[in-house]
Design a protein around this ligand. Structure first.
Ligand SMILES: [Zn+2]
Ligand SMILES: [Zn+2]
Length: 347
């Protein structure tokens, strides 16, 4: 079978390797679709201090089930979450599941950009496999993980009633965040984005206003207009650019929250006026990754028609064209979300 992986700094390759088989408690899933995430692009650039496994937004059809696995059958259409918490440590006991020390060590074998992948027993046992509703197509299913990350962040932040929200960076996750904030009842959602294609996608999805961050004072102007000069309840940093975090701290109201949501560049530093943050009571809250209940809630909202995100997928490319898929994903002027397709896509 085909498997896409990092071949070295800045290099991808699609190689042949034997198909995995299911051991006790495990599944093998034939991949139908797997999104290219911004963190995949960062791994290719060598800018993400994490294991080098690419592809973590997969959906597919169950191909093999170990005899001891109940509730799942060959042929089931599923989303599979690549990380699972232990549910036993102190961090998990406090509810900070994505910061569980073992969370990021778990993964699918060999990864999402693969004709088929093995789902380890710990994933199966801890609920990482979600059966997709018939109404959720493959490409939309591939958005469950990034949308789940946005929902986990919104839950960590705790969106107040009639909230005003400003998202800095309307790439795929920024757009998902903005649409979820809307779906959760935010009164006003605005944002910044360099690429016109993505600003259009934002406004099409019910975002009130999306401006170009290069336009001097535009973000401030829109926030002031929406909040009578008070600042927003929540500013979301959905890009890795460190300077954007400082901009975000200036757009929130007194007592407001800045959510550090996008993966920051490795080694980047916060350059902000700390006394200003102190005196205005600005909360700085990071959020990383997502949990099974949040992914299930995104799925429920999709099925109920409370959330529309399928238009965000602009490109579908077969696994054999993985390099091209990454190239397109790195072009914000022509792409929003790029999805890699596998052998189960036609089923
Ligand atoms: Zn991701
Ligand atoms: Zn844990």
């Amino acid at each position: 079978m085909k498997f896409g992986r990092l071949a070295g700094p800045g290099r991808l390759e699609v190689v042949e390797r034997p198909e995995p088989t299911a051991g006790a408690g495990e599944l093998v899933v034939a991949m139908a679709a797997c999104g290219v995430c911004g963190t995949d692009l960062e791994k290719l650039r060598g800018n993400y201090q994490s294991a080098g496994v690419l592809g973590h937004e997969p959906v597919g059809r169950v191909k093999e089930v170990a005899p001891d696995v109940r509730d799942l059958r060959v042929g089931d259409r599923v989303f599979v979450h690549h990380h699972v918490p232990c549910y036993q440590c102190e961090v998990c006991a406090r509810g900070d599941f994505t910061f569980c020390p073992s969370y990021a060590k778990t993964n699918l074998d060999p990864g999402g950009f693969s004709d088929a992948f093995r789902v380890p027993a710990e994933h199966v046992a801890r609920g990482a496999v979600l059966v997709l509703d018939r109404s959720v197509d493959w490409a939309t299913g591939a958005l469950l993980e990034p949308a789940g990350c946005a929902l986990t962040a919104l839950h960590r932040v705790g969106l107040p009633k009639q909230a005003t929200v400003f998202v800095l960076g309307l790439g795929p996750v920024g757009l998902l965040y903005a649409r979820l904030a809307r779906s959760l009842g935010a009164a006003w959602v605005g944002g910044t984005e360099v690429a016109p294609l993505r600003r259009t996608a934002a406004e099409r999805g019910g975002i009130d206003v999306a401006v170009d961050p290069r336009e001097e004072g535009a973000a401030r102007r829109e926030v002031d207009r929406a909040t009578q000069g008070r600042g927003v309840d929540l500013a979301v940093v959905a890009t890795g650019h460190p300077a954007v975090l400082r901009d975000a701290t200036r757009l929130v109201r007194r007592g407001g929250t800045v959510n550090l949501f996008g993966l920051p560049d490795a080694g980047s530093r916060l350059d902000a006026d700390l006394q200003d943050l102190y005196l205005r009571g600005v909360r700085l809250l990071p959020s990383y990754a997502t949990t099974e209940p949040d992914i299930a809630e995104v799925h429920r909202r999709l099925v109920a028609g409370e959330l529309q995100i399928s238009d965000l997928v602009t490109h579908r490319l077969p696994l054999a064209e993985l390099e091209e898929a990454f190239r397109r994903a790195g072009r914000p002027d022509t792409a929003v979300k790029v999805v890699v397709t596998g052998p189960a896509a036609a089923s």
